[in-house]
Design a protein around this ligand. Structure first.
Ligand SMILES: Nc1ncnc2c1ncn2[C@@H]1O[C@H](COP(=O)(O)OP(=O)(O)OP(=O)(O)O)[C@@H](O)[C@H]1O
Length: 292
């Protein structure tokens, strides 16, 4: 992809009078095809030239992206392309993997999240994560949600804590189903309810960003539909990044989509553009099922 084509692609989807502020990304040279939003939202997370290595093996090559606030950004691409690796960079979960090394720069609200002075526990409260398989603690429903606010000192007293638990369960669309059994085990819930409990647990510490790594892959279609509905509601208040294998899911829940292939961010842009008129042949081939 030449820079000329990138410029043309951008022009095609840009009405300059509507672009409030042009991100430096759109003037960068490089391999990623980028289409800005017509009405861009403020950016919450910026990644620049992120490279990830597992030992000698490089898994990500110079990934640069802006993640806008109060919207859903989907990462798509074939298995092994580096979606989860990049997602884990955003709250330093890769720190927990031996031999994993991250280079480049990632900022949350302008602050470098790889600053050695930064408290990683605090970062992971600001950037929460929901995993592929629901993983409630072996504790009651109440305790699952109360744990985070308690360790982060977010509640002044018992009543305060109860309010946080109830409102988090409400925001995760779970409260009505569990209000009479808050002190029963979280692991006794259905898979879909457990995943909503994990979302309530993430919400309880008032994160700015919620990362979701294939949150529906262990769920049936009805539970999946509920989570997708929930994601759509949550974006009013949170910045959400979701890794998904399902292109239908990316199309349904996200406003922006980033397509990865072989460790490279090939293309990113508004979801409707990625799925209807992508600027790169590899994106087109992937979304039309030619590989992956
Ligand atoms: N802990 C690890 N140690 C060594 N290599 C790893 C590790 N995790 C991932 N990789 C490698 O990094 C590359 C990217 O993997 P990653 O899991 O990020 O891809 P992905 O796009 O999320 O894949 P999938 O859709 O299958 O989950 C792959 O080649 C993978 O084998």
């Amino acid at each position: 992809m030449t820079n000329d084509v990138i410029t043309e692609t951008n022009k095609m989807h840009m009405s300059t009078d509507k672009i409030v502020e042009q991100s430096d990304l759109y003037s960068q040279k490089g391999g990623t095809v980028r289409t800005p939003d017509q009405n861009p939202l403020p950016v919450r997370v910026t990644a620049r030239d992120v490279k990830v290595f597992y030992g000698q093996k490089q898994a990500l090559y110079d990934v640069s992206i802006d993640i806008p606030e109060r919207s859903v950004t989907a990462f798509i691409g074939p298995s092994g392309c580096g979606k989860s690796t990049f997602l884990r960079c955003l709250n330093r979960m890769n720190d927990t993997i031996e031999g994993c090394r991250v280079e480049g720069q990632i900022k949350l609200d302008g602050g470098d999240i790889y600053d050695p002075q930064l408290d990683v526990v605090e970062l992971r409260a600001r950037v929460g994560m929901v995993f592929q398989k629901p993983n409630p603690f072996p504790k009651s429903i109440f305790e699952n949600v109360a744990y985070g606010p308690r360790i982060h000192g977010l509640a002044k007293n018992k009543t305060d804590l109860e309010e946080i638990v109830v409102s988090s369960l409400q925001k995760a669309s779970l409260y009505e189903e569990v209000k009479d059994r808050l002190h029963e085990a979280g692991t006794g819930l259905s898979g879909g309810q457990q995943q909503r409990l994990c979302i309530a647990r993430a919400i309880a510490v008032s994160p700015e960003v919620i990362l979701m790594d294939e949150p529906c892959s262990a769920l049936d279609p009805i539970a999946t539909a509920k989570i997708e509905e929930l994601i759509d509601e949550l974006r009013q208040n949170f910045t959400i990044v979701i890794v998904t294998h399902s292109m239908q899911q990316a199309a349904r829940v996200s406003q922006r989509t980033a397509f990865f292939h072989l460790g490279v961010l090939v293309e990113e842009g508004p979801t409707d553009v990625i799925f209807t008129s992508p600027g790169e042949k590899r994106t087109q081939d992937y979304i039309t099922g030619r590989f992956g």
